[in-house]
Design a protein around this ligand. Structure first.
Ligand code: CA
Ligand code: ZN
Length: 299
């Protein structure tokens, strides 16, 4: 299997001007190693968080050039396997996250990972290993890896986990894919601005799809198909994700807009990915039992 180390190359922004560090054919399965979102700078509780290098935040391993990917195509990314390190870290601090206005100093907490649990003091938290930053180069200027958008990026969506398949619009030749920022566990919202931040390895399969219309990333797993949208406010993100999905279901199922709206009002879910990054991210979730009855595939 192809492998890619984070020592080979990392990016701090998704940018069509970056030189790829790896070129793969469509259909390639590759194991990618990642730093944690602090580039592994916080290894003990004694680390003074305010003194780490804040230029080295949210590194994504990449970019990977996928042969045959051109603007207007879709990059399909199947997450085959996710492995995480034995220790995670969380932070809080003034102006960070939902509670930042109540924090007086930066604090870090080391969270050991063992036996399928993250150990927070004596409390055991079930793991949900997931990828925070994943995406392709955007259409225009570069977007730093801390910010989400229609190219993906820092979506901090807890559904981005082993078994999930993501779909990204391709904006530049080769797509220029990258990923990083794994979490051992994270709740919807990511309220402190950190999940349980860990280094890790992801095994993924990259495939170019032709003739699929897509404006924002989508994700599917065994149970659901979802539309992910990031916007300046959570209201906008929720409403745009909803509208994109209603339009897609109406078109694919040959339903009127009013019928599709009623159906998804009854059986679809608006859910929060994160509310702490420079743009907010929401997902609209459609169960596959519904799509089966409609006899449609959304992608
Ligand atoms: Ca993140
Ligand atoms: Zn993170």
């Amino acid at each position: 299997m192809e492998t890619l180390s984070c020592q080979t190359g990392i990016i701090y922004d998704f940018n069509k001007n970056h030189k790829p560090i790896k070129t793969v054919a469509s259909g390639t399965t590759i194991e990618i190693e990642t730093y944690d979102c602090f580039q592994n700078q916080i290894q003990s509780a004694e680390t003074v968080v305010s003194e780490i290098n804040w230029e080295q935040i949210n590194p994504a391993t990449g970019p990977i050039f996928v042969e045959g990917a051109n603007p207007g195509d879709v990059l399909k990314v199947k997450i085959e396997k996710l492995e995480i390190g034995a220790q995670g870290v969380m932070v809080v601090g003034p102006s960070l996250g939902v509670m930042g206005h109540r924090m007086t100093e930066m604090e870090a907490k080391i969270i050991p990972v063992r036996n399928g649990m993250a150990i927070f003091n004596e409390i055991e938290i079930p793991l949900n290993p997931m990828i925070g930053v994943i995406g392709v180069a955007p259409e225009k200027e570069g977007i730093n890896c801390g910010t989400p958008g229609s190219h993906g990026g820092n979506m901090d969506n807890k559904m981005v986990t082993a078994g999930a398949t993501l779909y990204f619009p391709v904006f530049t030749e080769g797509a220029l894919f990258g990923l990083g920022d794994f979490h051992a566990a994270m709740g919807d919202g990511e309220i402190s601005v950190s999940g349980i931040e860990v280094p890790g390895k992801a095994t993924i399969t990259l495939e170019v799809l032709k003739g699929v219309k897509l404006k924002h990333p989508m994700l599917e797993n065994d149970e659901v198909v979802t539309q992910i949208v990031s916007a300046e406010t959570l209201d906008q993100a929720c409403k745009r994700a909803t509208e994109e999905m209603v339009d897609r279901v109406a078109e694919k199922a040959g339903m009127s807009l009013s019928e599709a709206t009623m159906l998804l009002s009854a059986a679809g879910q608006v859910e929060v990915c994160q509310i702490v990054d420079p743009l907010m991210t929401a997902r609209f979730v459609v169960p596959k039992w519904l799509l089966k009855q409609l006899n449609v595939e959304l992608i």
